[in-house]
Design a protein around this ligand. Structure first.
Ligand SMILES: NC(=O)c1ccc[n+]([C@@H]2O[C@H](COP(=O)([O-])OP(=O)(O)OC[C@H]3O[C@@H](n4cnc5c(N)ncnc54)[C@H](OP(=O)(O)O)[C@@H]3O)[C@@H](O)[C@H]2O)c1
Length: 325
């Protein structure tokens, strides 16, 4: 995979130290704004990226690039991904895929029409521990209640309070607790249990954006609560309750470091099948394979999942009266 990284923010700085562990990924270009040239030159030197660019269109014409990794504020995912697909580049797009379901569907059509790969970078769907949780769900009887709490006080919330609206809290840029943090819980839950019957998002809204909120998801025979907060703090934990036992996951649903299965007799078993310390390793390992093998079957499966998540997002935002973009 000959990769162009678009953006040089927090997630790119997190991703780059890990990427050399994946054979087959060549760092061709990093693309960003004039504001970030010095930062990108530092990254180029540290991680052996071939070139720095401030011209995205030129990057899309570069034949040494076959894939773009879009790591930009949420509202830019759609237009940057669309341009790349029209130029027949594979696209790995950071979560949340787009601001609206219809945008995601348009990208899917474009990828299929142009015979290129399109994938959402959502860590949990690729983690071995997630596959193990899927297996464990079958061992705790009928599932009744699922509770996911991903609450992490954000330093960007302090800035928001002072009146400095960074992308993660900007409704025009597709920010908010649902899009930024609760989205991991939505992926987690729908990846296990499929399409919900009903959703309702009860949000704390400040200056037009949800700084925290409770998303209830109804499956008829099981009820789910997904909490995402950037304005307050709590233990980050997920519990799946069945009539024969429970699964407890300490830590974020985007990371899934390990989990515990407890039966009704209170006997517990710790499961830790982590294959790498970095949560993004397994997804990029799989992205490299999917792109190398042009595995459209897997791509379609992953896109169906992302589409289901975007449908939940669309409906949830409507119930909370939040409009993004
Ligand atoms: N998968 C994960 O675990 C994970 C974790 C965190 C974030 N994310 C996702 O990754 C994305 C980026 O998040 P982040 O935290 O890295 O954001 P960030 O720190 O704010 O960085 C955003 C980057 O986008 C660049 N940018 C902004 N406007 C641009 C434009 N018009 N054209 C080109 N570049 C532009 C910024 O450059 P300037 O600084 O020059 O403006 C900066 O390099 C978001 O979608 C977020 O949801 C994923």
């Amino acid at each position: 995979m000959k990769l162009a990284i678009i953006g040089s923010g927090m997630i790119v700085n997190d991703f780059l130290p890990m990427v050399s562990d994946i054979p087959g990924i060549e760092l061709e270009t990093i693309v960003g704004t004039d504001r970030s040239i010095a930062k990108m030159n530092d990254l180029k030197k540290t991680y052996g990226i071939n070139e720095v660019s401030t011209n995205y269109e030129e990057c899309l014409k570069n034949e040494r690039v076959d894939t773009v990794y879009i790591a930009l504020p949420n509202h830019l995912h759609f237009s940057y991904a669309k341009q790349a697909l029209l130029n027949k580049k594979n696209v790995i797009c950071e979560k949340p895929f787009t601001l609206k379901l219809s945008e995601m569907q348009e990208l899917k059509e474009l990828a299929l029409a142009n015979h290129v790969i399109l994938l959402e970078a959502i860590t949990n769907q690729y983690l071995t521990n997630y596959k193990k949780i899927k297996e464990a769900v079958g061992t705790i009887g009928d599932i009744k209640i699922i509770e996911c709490n991903y609450s992490q006080y954000s330093s960007r919330y302090d800035a928001f309070k002072r009146g400095e609206i960074l992308p993660a809290f900007n409704p025009k840029m597709g920010g908010g607790a649902l899009m930024d943090i609760n989205i991991y819980n939505i992926h987690f839950v729908t990846g296990l249990f499929g399409e919900p019957q009903k959703v309702n998002y009860l949000a704390n809204v400040e200056k037009g954006i949800d700084t925290s909120g409770i998303l209830s998801i109804d499956y008829g025979d099981k009820k789910v609560v997904c909490i995402g907060a950037k304005d307050s703090t709590a233990p980050i934990r997920t519990i799946i309750q069945g009539n024969e036992g429970a699964i407890i996951i300490d830590g974020a649903t985007g990371t899934l470091d390990h989990f515990t299965v407890i039966n009704r007799q209170n006997e517990s078993k710790l499961v830790d099948c982590k294959v790498h310390t970095h949560r993004m390793y397994e997804e990029f390992l799989e992205f490299e394979r999917i792109i190398r093998e042009a595995d459209f079957e897997t791509m379609k499966k992953q896109l169906d999942h992302s589409e289901m998540v975007m449908a939940v997002v669309d409906k949830s935002l409507v119930t909370a009266g939040i409009s993004l973009g």
